[in-house]
Design a protein around this ligand. Structure first.
Ligand code: FMN
Length: 215
C-alpha cells in the first residue's frame, strides 16, 4: 500500500519525562517556565493559544489569539468586543485554550471563566500598539462580512485620515482585553510509544491539586 503522508506520519517523542515532582506547585509559574523554554527554542509565536468558546446553540468555535499577560489573575488577550468570539463570551463567559509548543513536544491546556479586563488596562495596552494596528482596530468590523479587500482598504484610509492630526490614537470602545481565569491546567509532555506524561491541576478550595492523567 502507498505511504499516506497523513495516515502514516509518525514521530517518536524522545523528550525527558514530566513528573508531579518536576512541575511547580503554581501552574502559572510552570506555564512561564515552559513559555521561556519556547522563547529560548526560537519557536514561532510562543504566545499563540487556540481559544475555544461556544455559541448560543452550544456549538464550539475556536481560533488562535495571542496572550499578552500571564499571571495569577489569568491569561489576558485582546480583541474586538463586537467579534464573534466576544459575542460568544458575552453569552457564555467560559473558555478553553490550548498552547501547542510542538517542536518541544509540549501542549498546555486551560479551562475557566472569562471576564473583560478593566478599561484602564485596555487603554494602557492599546497605547503600546503600533499606530497602524491602532488604526486597524478602528477600521476593521471584525467577524462581519466585507465585500472586498478594497472595502477594507477604504475603511483603513478613512480612519487614517480621521486621526491624521491626532498624536495619540485613542482606544476604540469596541476593542479591549479579556482575561481567562483558569480553574484547570494540564501540562502534556510527549514521550516514546505514545505513553505521554500529563500533569493536571485543579483549583480545589483555593489550592491547586495535582494529578497525573493517563495518556
Ligand atoms: C497567530 C495568530 C494570532 C492571532 N492573534 C489574535 C489576537 O490576539 N486577537 C484577535 O482578535 N485575533 C487574533 N488572531 C485572529 C483570530 O484567529 C481570528 O481570526 C479573529 O480574532 C476573529 O475570530 P472570531 O470571528 O472567532 O471572533 C490571530 C490569528 C493568528 C493566526
Amino acid at each position: 500500500m502507498a505511504v499516506d503522508p497523513i495516515r502514516d506520519r509518525r514521530v517518536q517523542y524522545e523528550t525527558d519525562g514530566l513528573d508531579v515532582a518536576d512541575v511547580d506547585a503554581d501552574p502559572v509559574v510552570q506555564w512561564r517556565r515552559w513559555h521561556q523554554d519556547a522563547l529560548d527554542a526560537g519557536l514561532v509565536e510562543p504566545n499563540a493559544m487556540t481559544l475555544a468558546t461556544v455559541d448560543t446553540d452550544g456549538v464550539p468555535d475556536a481560533r488562535i489569539v495571542l496572550v499578552r499577560g500571564a499571571d495569577t489573575d489569568g491569561l489576558t488577550f485582546f480583541t474586538n468586543y463586537d467579534s464573534a468570539k466576544s459575542r460568544q463570551l458575552d453569552d457564555a463567559p467560559f473558555a478553553a485554550a490550548t498552547f501547542g509548543w510542538l517542536d518541544l513536544h509540549r501542549q498546555v491546556r486551560v479551562r475557566g471563566a472569562v471576564t473583560r479586563i478593566p478599561e484602564a488596562d485596555s487603554d494602557a495596552y492599546f497605547a503600546t500598539r503600533p499606530r497602524a494596528s491602532q488604526i486597524g482596530a478602528w477600521a476593521s468590523p471584525q467577524s462581519r462580512p466585507i465585500a472586498s479587500r478594497a472595502e477594507l482598504d477604504t475603511l483603513v484610509d478613512r480612519q487614517s485620515l480621521r486621526f491624521a492630526d491626532v498624536e495619540t490614537v485613542p482606544r476604540p470602545p469596541h476593542w479591549g482585553g479579556w482575561r481567562l481565569v483558569p480553574a484547570e491546567w494540564e501540562f502534556w509532555q510527549g514521550r516514546p510509544s505514545r505513553l505521554h506524561d500529563r500533569i493536571h491541576y485543579r483549583l480545589t478550595a483555593g489550592a491547586w491539586q495535582m494529578t497525573r492523567l493517563a495518556p
